[in-house]
Design a protein around this ligand. Structure first.
Ligand SMILES: [Zn+2]
Length: 263
């Protein structure tokens, strides 16, 4: 019993830490997005300074109501690796790592990044991965906008993707920061996209070390988990370094799948 209470406390502390971390991430990501727009042809992204939690106090993360019915598992009995916030200069390296091991994954891309790197969108598709809409410019508060504005943002993103790969299905939408609202899920579904959340989040964007990223993914993954990682939004060297062990270890137990274009 005492153990359970202690576990509950730890969970509460972890939840609070994640809340603060996500707030910190907001400022960090916005800076990175601005930097990327300014120099889309820049080489490898350089590490950005970490923002303190107080840097962006406006973004809060509330518990996600169950009625939103978010997708957290693959639904097809395999584990899905998903990569967010690209395409970026790190995307080719992630694609190389996946290709070398014959793994198909899912890429949740930012519309403005897709417009800047249509070649990478084409490569993602040519190599058999699934596409997911991750908003036009990683707007954390997108879900609080009007239905019309949310729809326009998602449509603009799909249009940018389709400018590179006409007609390719985009059956998933992932809200920036996981800040889901009923409006966001409704609009996504009305556009034929499943609201894709995740079951495993190693917090790789905080750069805790490649070993920690791999351990978190390996320990947290179950038979049909959707795993969240990043191929954009900053220096993804640690994520890249974690991938070989993640893939080797998960594969010993599970099938690694791309999310299907039709459920
Ligand atoms: Zn993101």
């Amino acid at each position: 019993m005492a153990q359970r209470r202690s576990h509950g406390l730890v969970t509460a502390v972890i939840s609070l830490s994640l809340t603060l971390a996500l707030s910190a991430c907001t400022g960090d990501r916005d800076d990175d997005a601005a930097a990327r727009s300014a120099s889309p042809t820049a080489a490898a992204p350089s590490p950005s300074p970490s923002a303190s939690p107080s840097a962006s106090p406006t973004v809060k993360r509330s518990p996600i109501p169950e009625k939103m019915n978010l997708q957290r598992t693959t639904g097809i009995g395999g584990v899905a690796l998903t990569f967010d916030d690209g395409p970026s200069a790190w995307t080719p390296k992630v694609l190389d790592a996946l290709k070398a091991r014959g793994v198909k994954a899912t890429f949740c891309v930012i519309g403005s990044q897709a417009a800047a790197h249509p070649d990478l969108i084409r490569r993602i598709v040519a190599e058999g991965h699934t596409l997911c809409n991750h908003s036009w410019n990683h707007e954390f508060k997108l879900g609080t906008w009007s239905t019309a504005k949310v729809r326009a943002n998602l449509q603009r993103t799909n249009d940018a993707i389709h400018a590179a790969v006409p007609g390719v299905p985009i059956k998933y939408f992932r809200h920036p920061g996981g800040n889901w609202t009923i409006t966001a899920t409704r609009v996504a579904r009305s556009m034929g996209m499943s609201p894709l959340h995740w079951a495993v989040d190693p917090q790789d964007w905080r750069r805790p070390g490649a070993g920690t990223i791999a351990n978190r993914v390996i320990r947290g993954t179950r038979s049909s988990s959707v795993v969240l990682m990043h191929d954009g939004g900053g220096d993804r060297g640690q994520t890249l370094a974690a991938l070989p062990r993640i893939i080797t270890t998960l594969r010993a137990k599970y099938r690694l799948v791309r999310l299907p274009d039709a459920l």
